[in-house]
Design a binder for this molecule. Structure first.
Ligand SMILES: [Zn+2]
Length: 196
C-alpha cells in the first residue's frame, strides 16, 4: 500500500524518533509499504517519520544511482541492489574530508541543494529480522544513509545549508508546508486534517 509522505512543516519530521522492539505491530507489512511508497515516488531512501511514525527505522535502495555513468564500474556495482532496512540505527563514526552532493528529499519536493557531509561512516543497526550489524560505508551509500539517519534525529537537509541559502528557499519551504505545490506522489500536508 502506498502511504502518504509527510511534507515539510509537519512536527513529526522534527521529533527525535524512538527505538522499536521486535514485537512492533505489523513490522513486515510496514517495511513492504514503505518500500512501495519510496519506489512510487522514485526515492532512494525513506524514513519512518516521513510516513508519520516517529520511530527509528529507515530504508534505502540505491539501485537508481547505479545507472550514473559518471561513476566508476566499482561504485556502480556497489550501488546496484543495495537494498536494506535499518532499525534502531546509530552512526558511531563519521570520517574523512567533507564533500558536497546535491540532495533532495521526498518531504521537500522540488528543492535540491548541495550539502556537505563526511564521506565515510560506521553504523550499528538491526535488520528487518532484528539481527544486529556493524558496517562501514562510503560514497553515495553513506550519503543516503546519513540523509535518512538525520530524519530519525529530526533533522532535514535544509537545516545544513548556509543562512544565505536558507533565506533563498524560505518562501518555497513555506509553500510546501501550506500544500501549495504540485507533486505526482501521495503527500500529506500539515494544513490538512489527519484522516483517521
Ligand atoms: Zn529526506
Amino acid at each position: 500500500m502506498i502511504l502518504p509522505i509527510v511534507a515539510y512543516g509537519d512536527p513529526v519530521l522534527r521529533k527525535k524518533a524512538t527505538d522499536i522492539t521486535k514485537d512492533y505491530p505489523k513490522l513486515n507489512e510496514l517495511v513492504d509499504n514503505m518500500f512501495e511508497t519510496m519506489y512510487n515516488a522514485y526515492g532512494v531512501g525513506l524514513a519512518a517519520p516521513q510516513i508519520g511514525l516517529p520511530v527509528r527505522m529507515f530504508l534505502v535502495d540505491t539501485t537508481p544511482f547505479a545507472e550514473d555513468e559518471d561513476l566508476s564500474k566499482e561504485e556502480q556495482v556497489a550501488l546496484k541492489d543495495f537494498k536494506k532496512v535499518f532499525i534502531n540505527a546509530k552512526i558511531t563514526k563519521e570520517e574523512g574530508e567533507a564533500w558536497v552532493f546535491n540532495e533532495g528529499c521526498l518531504s521537500i519536493p522540488d528543492v535540491r541543494e548541495d550539502v556537505s557531509r563526511k564521506p565515510k561512516i560506521t553504523i550499528e543497526y538491526l535488520d528487518e529480522n532484528f539481527k544486529p550489524h556493524t558496517e562501514t560505508y562510503d560514497g553515495l551509500i553513506a550519503r543516503v544513509i546519513q540523509h535518512e539517519y538525520d530524519h530519525i534525529e529530526g533533522v532535514l537537509f535544509t537545516d545544513k545549508l548556509s543562512s544565505f541559502k536558507k533565506r533563498i528557499i524560505k518562501g518555497r519551504l513555506a509553500n510546501i508546508s501550506k500544500g501549495k505545490i504540485r507533486v505526482d506522489y501521495r503527500m500529506r500536508f500539515p494544513s490538512e486534517k489527519k484522516k483517521r
